[in-house]
Design a protein around this ligand. Structure first.
Ligand SMILES: Cc1cc2nc3c(=O)[nH]c(=O)nc-3n(C[C@H](O)[C@H](O)[C@H](O)COP(=O)(O)O)c2cc1C
Length: 203
């Protein structure tokens, strides 16, 4: 599927970054769901990248604004977010809310506060939660509040996945959820392009 655009002459390839907020070492369901959404974005014409927080091993954010005083993983993380026109965030449900790893990563986006535009302004964000039970909506809402606080445009079609959507082997088996994930990816690619276009034409 092709992404619509405003003007064929300045057509942009949207850049979409997916962030996995589960630190599970093997068989992360959050990662599986995220990969489906990211494929949707890629099939819609986006350039995509997946950032797995367990591989990045960020330290805790501690309110220092000097990026060089953190380990290099922090600079790498911030640069990937700067690169993106749109993001897809996926978190497991931990005690009714988002994982500490995802919240910590979002706290590091404070380091974008002096960018122009600051934080996630002018970027679109899609949200996914993966529960063991049925209680994923609060995790979506928690991420939504954080994303709004850092000025992101949050896409309306977030996907809260219950544990029952997965088969015993950990594969996502619910076709409707798969379709919603793909559609989320397409939506993020589409709006990432529109936002990127807006940034270019404003220059
Ligand atoms: C610390 C912890 C807290 C959890 N809290 C909840 C919860 O409140 N509600 C729920 O439905 N599942 C809860 N779960 C289950 C996870 O959301 C579920 O296993 C999810 O698939 C994990 O994603 P992952 O496979 O990507 O790590 C919790 C799991 C852990 C490890």
């Amino acid at each position: 599927m092709e992404v619509g655009c405003l003007d064929a002459e300045v057509r942009l390839t949207p850049k979409v970054l997916a962030i996995n907020g589960s630190l599970r070492r093997e068989g992360s369901r959050t990662l599986r769901a995220l990969e489906i959404a990211l494929r949707g974005a890629a099939d819609a014409g986006a350039q995509t990248e997946l950032l797995d927080l367990k591989k990045l091993a960020l330290p805790f954010y501690d309110d220092r604004f000097d990026i060089q005083s953190y380990p290099p993983s922090v600079f790498a993380f911030i640069e990937r977010v700067r690169w993106a026109d749109g993001l897809i965030l996926a978190s497991p449900v931990y005690h009714g809310t988002l994982s500490g790893a995802m919240k910590n990563a979002l706290d590091f986006l404070e380091l974008l506060g002096h960018d122009q535009p600051p934080w996630l302004e002018g970027r679109v964000v899609g949200l996914i939660s993966v529960a063991g039970g049925n209680s994923g909506i609060n995790t979506i809402n928690s991420m939504l509040h954080t994303c709004r606080a850092i000025r992101a445009w949050v896409a309306p079609s977030s996907v809260a996945i219950p544990g029952s959507a997965f088969a015993g082997d950990g594969q996502l088996q619910d076709p409707k959820i798969k379709e919603r994930l793909v559609n989320l990816g397409v939506e993020i690619a589409r709006y990432a392009q529109l936002f990127a276009q807006e940034r270019i034409t404003k220059r």
